[in-house]
Design a protein around this ligand. Structure first.
Ligand code: DX5
Ligand code: ZN
Length: 215
């Protein structure tokens, strides 16, 4: 099996001490940093935008994995590219023109990912799979950290893993929401590549918990 990548979610960090949190991430065995952008419309919560992402990527030694929970993600492709995003991951449910977003993200030389909510089946994104660098399966309703893992994500990951090997696709499979020492083994067995974890890893035991997720 390929190496599991861990992407701590900044949503669970101490926002009063972001500089310290970013240096903890830099010194850890985390592979990516997951940045949750919310607009209060696609999801019932607000976080931060491209200016903060820009400040963070200036200090960050890890891959910047930007998860856009915003309507009309195409509007901000350029800004997030300039802010140093490595992955631009948008929601299938947030746009009427998925192809246009994919094309624009590639034009701005970012890796492109599509995310689907727990109620959205894998079948609706099948036509896009050959063109994606990443698929993000939400295992909670997007909007908040600290929610309980939805087991429906496991079958979706397994389906994406089969489609990938049957067709020679190259996307990474990422899962987000309720990932901890109990749920990580389930998604790993199903073929996941990248584990996003917020509340489980941000705290005094960050290094130990990242290790547990990777094992
Ligand atoms: C939720 C976000 C997640 C969140 C995960 O909408 O997309 O990235 O931070 O938090 P945990 O790991 O606490 O479920
Ligand atoms: Zn996220």
């Amino acid at each position: 099996m390929e190496k599991i990548l861990v992407a701590p979610s900044l949503l669970a960090a101490d926002f009063m001490n972001l500089e310290t949190e970013i240096s903890r991430i830099n010194q850890s065995d985390a592979d990516w940093l997951h940045l949750d952008v919310m607009d209060g419309e696609f999801v019932p919560n607000l976080t931060f935008g491209y200016d903060l992402v820009d400040s963070i990527t200036n200090q960050l030694d890890k891959v910047a994995d930007v998860h856009l929970m915003i309507v009309n993600p195409i509007k901000f492709v350029e800004q997030f590219a300039k802010a140093g995003s490595d992955y631009f991951v948008f929601h299938y449910e947030a746009t009427d023109d998925v192809w246009a977003v994919i094309k624009k993200v590639k034009d701005f030389e970012m890796k492109v990912g599509i995310s689907i909510k727990p109620g959205t089946p894998v079948s609706v994104i099948e036509e896009f799979l050959p063109h994606l660098d990443l698929v993000l399966i939400m295992s909670v309703e997007p909007g908040f950290g600290g929610q309980t893992f939805d087991h429906g994500a496991v079958d979706k990951i397994a389906a994406l893993d089969s489609l990938r090997s049957e067709n020679g696709y190259t996307y990474l499979i990422e899962v987000d929401g309720g990932i901890n020492d109990q749920t990580a083994p389930l998604v790993k067995a199903a073929g996941v590549d990248v584990l996003v974890a917020g509340s489980y890893v941000f705290g005094p035991e960050m290094d130990k918990r990242i290790d547990i997720l990777k094992k």
